[in-house]
Design a protein around this ligand. Structure first.
Ligand SMILES: [Zn+2]
Length: 250
């Protein structure tokens, strides 16, 4: 998870829908979802706002096979998650600040990442404290090697990689229980992102460990701003890049 700014304009379709009364169709159900999803993708760099997987728009070809959408004529497999769930705060269901673009979190049999359940799919109607649009809560998300120095006992399943945690108990439970962000391959994927960035840091500046704290921080920030994008147009963030932000305090 990483901080996502909502400073850019919300989609016009959302503004227009919110101005209608319920009788006129001013409901989330009646909202045209595609412009909203496109704006969420833009703001989130095509990553799930919770787990940081890559999410693209797909479509089905004539044989029913999934392929990247050229026309973006559908919304699959994106979900619009509500930070304050619709069930507990209906009036915020059309609030742009309350919307997070999310992966299907394991509920899509075609989606390829199957169980376990994560993200909005696991959250359901449970309220969250951690909020990707609120820097003060994102600042309380930490990352650590899941089993530092531990050797597994016979028959024990060892979680490899980097897990998310928090010293704030509610946020800690949000991450683990309500969003499932240490499930499946997510800690491993986080580890790959962290190791990829560390390799770049070593390559570019083999002596970075000897730099002053300020110089190292400046170097890390400059390298990170370059590394975090997967494309030259700077539209797609590198999956799981948020783990590097947390680790280095960026
Ligand atoms: Zn997700």
């Amino acid at each position: 998870m990483r901080y996502v700014s909502k400073a850019k304009a919300e989609p016009a379709a959302l503004t227009a829908r919110r101005k209608l009364s319920v009788a006129q169709g001013g409901t989330y159900e009646a909202l045209e979802k595609q412009p909203v999803i496109k704006a969420l993708m833009r703001d989130q760099g095509y990553l799930c706002g919770f787990c940081m997987r890559r999410v693209e728009l797909f479509e089905r070809d004539a044989n029913g096979k999934a392929r990247l959408s050229k026309t973006a004529s559908n919304n699959w497999p994106w979900k619009i998650a509500h930070w304050q769930p619709q069930a507990t705060n209906g009036p915020r269901s059309l609030d742009w600040q309350n919307m997070v673009g999310a992966c299907r979190g394991g509920d899509d049999p075609d989606g390829g990442h199957g169980p376990p359940r994560t993200c909005d799919t696991l959250q359901g109607s449970a309220p969250l404290r951690v909020n990707p649009h609120d820097r003060s809560t994102i600042a309380q998300v930490k990352v650590r090697s899941a089993r530092p120095g531990a050797s597994p006992k016979p028959g024990e399943v060892v979680i490899a990689g980097y897990e998310l945690y928090s010293d704030e108990p509610v946020i800690h439970d949000d991450l683990r229980l309500r969003l499932g962000l240490n499930e499946g391959y997510l800690p491993d994927n986080r580890k790959s992102a962290i190791e990829g960035f560390r390799a770049l840091l070593r390559d570019r500046c083999p002596r970075h460990a000897t730099l002053s704290a300020a110089a190292k921080d400046a170097l890390v920030r400059a390298l990170y701003d370059e590394w975090k994008w997967e494309d030259q147009a700077k539209t797609r963030l590198r999956p799981f890049c948020g783990a590097v932000e947390i680790l280095y305090g960026l």
